[in-house]
Design a protein around this ligand. Sequence first.
Ligand code: HEC
Length: 264
Amino acid sequence: MSRGPAVFAALCVGLCAVASLTVGHARQAASVASLKPLVPAAASSIASNPDAFYGQNVTITAAVDRLVSPTSFTVDQNTKTSGVGEVLILVPVLNAPLAVNTYVTIIGEVVRHEGRPAIQATAVITAAMIDIAKRLPPPMTPDEEAFDRLMKRINPAFSALRQAVAAGAGGGANTEGTLNVQAALLMRAFADTEAFWKKRDQADAVKWAVDARAQAETLERAIAAGKSDDAKAAVTALQQTCSACHGKYRERQDDGSYRIRMGS
Ligand code: HEC
């Protein structure tokens, strides 16, 4: 019979050991970065046996008992037994009012606070499924709103072009008329993007905007000339310019929206 399996086995002794070692290291590194499991718990168990919970990440669903301060409140397992088995909840912010005796789901780490168990919450989810412990970004300035609108126009235009080019437009498919409109929209929007960053005095962002505009123009020409390979190359180049600028200047907020990152 073939010696294949034996050779493979011998190779594997060496290679697989290396592979599993690497995986082991990666796992360790990840767990150090606080990938502690989330333990479902009851407020009453935490209150009666806090030592078993200190340092654990827990999730509890309990009734709001007392509002202690703008960033702390107590919960109780049961709306009828105030004071018994209550746990203090510490939050970074509460961006909506909390009503006493309503149920909330809390996620956070159990900590010792002034000798008693408390939960340092990262999420407080109400019955309406809204996390009210999220930091909301401050309102946008009119300038930032205008910039946000630019990005929201750029994105669908670019998606349309990218999909059409991937599907072969530029290679003779006769969708050029509408694609030219999208490309022209991109060119105008990137000219406005450039003006925005000039005002903010960010040379690299200005350059990315200039590059993006030029790449949109190259794309438009390639599509008009029916050169599908050139069109594909222009899409790839433009995509990289989007990513380069986002890597430095775009920041995702807790609520999932995007804002401009400055000063780094
Ligand atoms: C010169 C910098 C720059 C370039 C180039 C750029 N962006 Fe952006 N983009 C940003 C910044 C900064 C934000 C975050 C601010 C915001 O969303 O208001 C953003 C936000 C976005 C958003 C999120 C909008 C939202 O609020 O939901 C999308 C989508 C987006 N860009 C798409 C693109 C695409 C697609 C390209 C390329 C074709 C591109 N951008 C090129 C800077 C850039």
